[in-house]
Write a protein that binds this ligand. Sequence first.
Ligand SMILES: Cc1ncc(COP(=O)(O)O)c(C=O)c1O
Length: 460
Amino acid sequence: MPIRTIIEPFRIKSVEPIRWTTRAQREEHLRQAFYNVFLLDSEDVLIDLLTDSGTGAMSTAQWAAIMKGDESYAGSPSFYRFRDSIQEIMGYKHVIPTHQGRAAERILFGVMCKKGDVVPNNTHFDTTRANVEYTGAEAVDLLREEGRQPALNHPFKGNMDVEALESLIQRVGRTRVPLVMLTITNNSGGGQPVSMENARQVSAVCRKHKIPLYFDACRFAENAYFIKLREPGYADKMPKQIAQEMFALGDGCTMSAKKDGMANIGGFLCTNDDVIAQQEKNLLILTEGYPTYGGLAGRDLEAIAVGIQEALEEDYLRYRITSTGYLGRKLSEAGVPIVQPPGGHAIYLDARAFLPHVPLHQFPGVALTCELYLEGGIRAVEIGTLMFGNAAKMDLVRLAIPRRVYTQSHIDYVVEVLIELWKRRKDITGLELAYEAPFLRHFTARLLPVADVAVAVSSR
Ligand SMILES: Cc1ncc(COP(=O)(O)O)c(C=O)c1O
């Protein structure tokens, strides 16, 4: 019998209460948070879809492994279990632990980039872009055209434009391109996967010019499962085999273990290059810790060693991708504009299409995020003009789904709230920026509703 009901492939052993608030309370919380949901207290949020990063639930096997954590400063067996588990999947010679993904980025770019360099990527994530730019290099996004059209249905909208990569290298010269990055899946572009074929082509261009290829591997397991579902020739392969094939096309990776590492903290950096690895370890000792712990506790290394394997289990991936797809389908059926097709870890609302009456300088994505909180206590995140400034190609609101945390009824509740907002979308208005930091301004920005700004100006 074909089963249509989505069931979570786990039982719940320990529960964490979530708290209802009234609309009046949420209005006050949002006002105090300067209309920036990053500044809300998580206890005032009912369903937290701010990020899938570090917010997952660990398995019994991970908790059991945590008890084996060896906290020795150097040479801990926890590090060797961590390294072996990662090497089995990724195959790279050096595995360097870091406290999270951006630390791996800072070390990688700190060692490999300098002023005047250019780093191509399908789409740089915000921390990746900021870390490239911090070295004085330029971060260039080379997403293929179909990835820039939110409503277009295409199986691999994370693919890099290989011709654009070739012509960029020709134009700036090979010596100014210290590495190429490929983000799997493409978070900022809508959680969309990269095909094996595209990775192969990117790898061929890199090999031809002798430029190393690094993966931003945060969601590599979801990317592998999409390849299994969508790319000819992969249906009968296991997600792990697909991941291994992809990593073999590159020379290293950065990883936030807070995503497909199924851990609450951690990351790592891999490379096949002995000289680069030595420089990276030197920088690691300066800023993160000794190379067998890299700023993590031994127990964190154990949780990642187990979690990264669990992320590749087929039952888990089927449930994860189906459940996220269910949210996307329900919203689409109601007419809510989302990035198509649904991504792996999140659904992205197209805020420009949702609120066409809100101009970009009044942050349609932030306006929608605020309304989502006011209406249903749901926290999402803007990925658009506030996050990227004028470089933003789209204004999206990401509903990121923490791994193994929320049930299908939570997802149904999110659908219900969003459909309600969609019905009264014409009443939603924009915001103005009152404060911005010089880097990554979205984390700390303060905003005011335009209606309040107008009142303040007219009463002057
Ligand atoms: C694609 C991508 N790269 C890098 C990072 C940075 O990882 P971290 O938050 O662990 O520093 C993230 C985090 O969301 C991400 O999604």
